[in-house]
Design a protein around this ligand. Structure first.
Ligand code: DC
Length: 243
């Protein structure tokens, strides 16, 4: 179908921002011993590069497409760093710069450019097809790995997501904006992610939906782990990996 065959099981996790997707994916990867691939970091890296190189907005689409084709993007695990899963662009560790609100807004823009999506599609498939991988994003189960072995789609109310995003920002020591501001940023990003022409955010028909609004992170991870073990016919957990 897409050129690069899977060499082992692939799990796809999609859903909007603030559903607890990243934390849940990280934990699920740990308990299953799978590699976690945060595909949003790829779009964020392109968005950061536009800002870093002071590209004028009128040239965004052309330049973003060219960066997506030519930048060497890779994940490296550096256990002594936090977070230990780092993203490198042309050999430079840019992990600490890609989570600002400005990069988030630009990443959403960048992710609507069909040329960027086309360039990142092959990269994501190559990263994922080694197997025992969990890819987290917006279109993994629909476009990147429609043949994923297990697919999850996480949702949560906008209020709950804004609350979580705000406490994350406060915990990281960043200057936190108001609740209303965070809520409106989330709603704005949802709108553009769901309404763009190229690979809009939507649930794959065969994805398992999980509404995380009233669930703890532990409950979400446990539910995903049970489903993944059942569908992949993996051994039952020994209990040693569980926090
Ligand atoms: O998950 P995130 O917030 O780091 O994603 C950043 C942006 O990239 C977000 O606006 C959605 C977009 N994105 C995408 O379109 N497709 C993906 N597979 C991952 C992220």
């Amino acid at each position: 179908m897409m050129g690069v065959p899977k060499q082992g099981p692939v799990i796809a996790i999609d859903g909007p921002a603030g559903t607890g997707k990243s934390s849940a994916t990280k934990r699920l990867a740990d308990v299953l011993g799978f590699v976690h691939i945060d595909t949003g970091a790829l779009y964020r890296s392109i968005a950061f590069t536009l800002l870093d190189r002071k590209i004028p907005e009128a040239e965004y689409e052309e330049q973003a497409t060219s960066f997506a084709r030519s930048l060497h993007l890779e994940f490296r695990r550096l256990p002594n760093k936090n977070p230990s899963n780092r993203i490198f662009a042309d050999g430079r560790d840019i992990t600490d710069y890609i989570r600002t609100p400005e990069v988030s807004m630009n990443a959403s823009k960048v992710s609507a450019y069909p040329g960027v999506r086309a360039a990142l599609l092959g990269l994501q498939r190559r990263m994922g097809c080694i197997g025992r991988t969990i890819l987290e994003g917006r279109d993994i189960g629909t476009v990147i790995f429609p043949d994923a072995d297990v697919k999850f789609f996480l949702t949560a109310s906008v209020e709950e997501r804004a609350k979580r995003r705000l406490s994350e920002m406060e915990a990281s020591g960043a200057d936190a904006p108001s609740f209303e501001e965070v809520k409106s940023q989330i709603a704005q990003r949802d709108h553009s992610d769901m309404n763009r022409a190229a690979a809009p955010l939507k649930k794959a028909e065969d994805a398992i939906s999980i509404d995380t609004s009233l669930m703890t992170l532990d409950e979400v991870v446990l539910k995903m782990e049970e489903q993944a073990r059942r569908l992949l016919k993996l051994e039952a957990p020994s209990g040693q990996n569980r926090k």
